[in-house]
Design a protein around this ligand. Structure first.
Ligand SMILES: [Zn+2]
Length: 72
């Protein structure tokens, strides 16, 4: 898998330290990659939670007036 430059989006060799195209530093420490993977998993979990919350909100909207009553 090629490493895509975050600055100019050109593909580079996996172990490239600088971009072939724009010569910027693109080396990514393994610890950051692991952190990113963890964040991606968290993001997926949050998305699931958000879609459940949206579905719940829709069910409240169907029964209009309940939210207004609850907030005064
Ligand atoms: Zn670049």
């Amino acid at each position: 898998m090629a490493l895509e430059c975050p600055f100019c989006a050109q593909p580079n060799a996996d172990q490239a330290l600088v971009c072939n195209s724009c010569a910027r530093d693109i080396a990514i420490p393994a610890s950051l990659l692991a952190e990113r993977d963890g964040l991606i998993r968290k993001r997926e979990a949050v998305r699931d939670e958000l879609s459940r919350a949206k579905a719940e909100l829709e069910s409240y909207k169907i029964g209009k007036g309940r939210i207004a009553a609850a907030t005064g």
